[in-house]
Design a protein around this ligand. Structure first.
Ligand code: SF4
Length: 76
């Protein structure tokens, strides 16, 4: 099981995560990236069976505010 986390307080709205993983990320009304389908808050989290494109998004975030964990261990 994977856990995707986004620290929205660090996001600089560059759009890389949305370009590389539009299935999971979008800009919220406040102009900050958010994980689709997750309530807006400073830290968002989503459990995933399949990490899908989230690894790419985490790797492309210039401020490293996207984290991916597998079984509690940080992957990215
Ligand atoms: S890649 Fe990182 S800094 Fe850029 S919009 Fe996504 S979360 Fe924000």
């Amino acid at each position: 099981m994977y856990r995707l986390e986004l620290d929205r307080t660090m996001c600089i709205s560059c759009g890389n995560c949305i370009d590389s993983c539009p299935d999971l990320f979008e800009f919220a009304d406040d102009g900050i990236s958010s994980i689709k389908g997750v309530e807006i808050s400073d830290i968002q989290a989503l459990e995933l069976e399949d990490p899908s494109c989230s690894e790419k998004a985490a790797g492309n975030c210039p401020v490293m505010c996207i984290k991916l964990y597998r079984d509690g261990e940080e992957v990215l």
